[in-house]
Design a protein around this ligand. Structure first.
Ligand code: MF3
Ligand code: CO
Length: 267
């Protein structure tokens, strides 16, 4: 069932999405070699609680942590752990919150120190593909237009692997609402979008093959070839001429630029 939001509800969803952006900004400030993803989990939990919200991932279908921390070959749903992060790592932090009953759910991939030029380009192109998808989130377009835009840029133009097993989704009072938003598909197909549909668009793009597998923990999704994967996610509201992006990378990027341990040389 597709649920459209009222303007008042969208204002509340903006607050939820922005709380995630603020949390990811705190992550951008703390990242440096030696920090662990468990440290990041603790920081995110306390930051969100201080802001009168609840982390939404904990216990979602039994998920045992407050964030997903997906490093290098981990595509998504990585468990935070006690391994110190190091130069050359790429780290996707995905966080969900419930604020006044409404979900925010978004993610950002950070680069620590120097990485191979091909990895830098993968991060750049994946972030750009998210915005290419968002450009299509306007009324009377179909979900397949978003999917196609992401696939066309990442797979057709750059030859990257577009993960098929995991998709973006509607967002609202639930973390996952209809419709599904795949990162691959055909133009002019799928659900025809109307104003005030809220979507979480989240390209998961592999440097090598698109094949993935899930670890024995039942959650951690990894690339089969062990090559890196990048994940970015925004919460967006479908509008007439241009989608309204509820989350905000500008504050995360400002903190990233100010952190000498992070590599933001690609933008
Ligand atoms: N952003 C992911 C999603 O929308 C995160 C869900 S992780 C889970 O599916 F732990 F909540 F399952
Ligand atoms: Co999501």
């Amino acid at each position: 069932m597709i649920i459209h939001k009222t303007e008042a509800e969208i204002a509340l969803m903006k607050d939820a999405a922005m709380l995630v952006s603020q949390t990811l900004t705190e992550v951008a400030k703390m990242l440096k070699p030696g920090v662990t993803t468990m440290d990041i989990d603790r920081l995110c939990l306390s930051f969100v609680k201080e802001h009168n919200a609840i982390p939404s991932f904990y216990n979602y279908h039994g998920y045992p942590h407050h964030i997903c921390a997906s490093v290098n070959d981990v595509v998504v749903h990585g468990f935070p752990n006690d391994t110190p992060l190091k130069n050359g790592d790429i780290i996707s932090i995905d966080m969900g919150v419930i604020l006044k009953g409404w979900h925010g759910d978004h993610a950002y991939t950070f680069i620590m120190g120097e990485v191979a030029p091909e990895v830098l380009q993968l991060v750049k192109v994946t972030k750009e593909s998210l915005y290419k998808g968002i450009e299509k989130a306007v009324i009377n377009n179909r979900v397949g237009d978003i999917s196609y835009a992401i696939q066309d840029y990442t797979e057709t133009k750059f030859g990257y692997g577009v993960v098929r097993e995991l998709v973006g989704h509607g967002l609202g009072r639930s973390l996952h609402e209809d419709p599904q938003v795949p990162n691959y598909g055909k133009r002019g197909t799928g659900h025809k979008m109307k104003e005030n549909l809220v979507l979480a668009i989240e390209p998961m793009i592999n440097l090598g093959s698109r094949e993935v597998y899930t670890d024995d923990d039942g959650w951690t999704v990894r690339t089969r070839d062990g090559k890196p994967s990048v994940h970015f996610e925004h919460d967006v509201c479908v509008k007439r001429n241009q989608a309204l992006i509820l989350s905000d990378y500008s504050i995360i990027e400002a903190a990233e630029k100010a952190n000498p341990h992070l590599n933001s040389s690609y933008y």
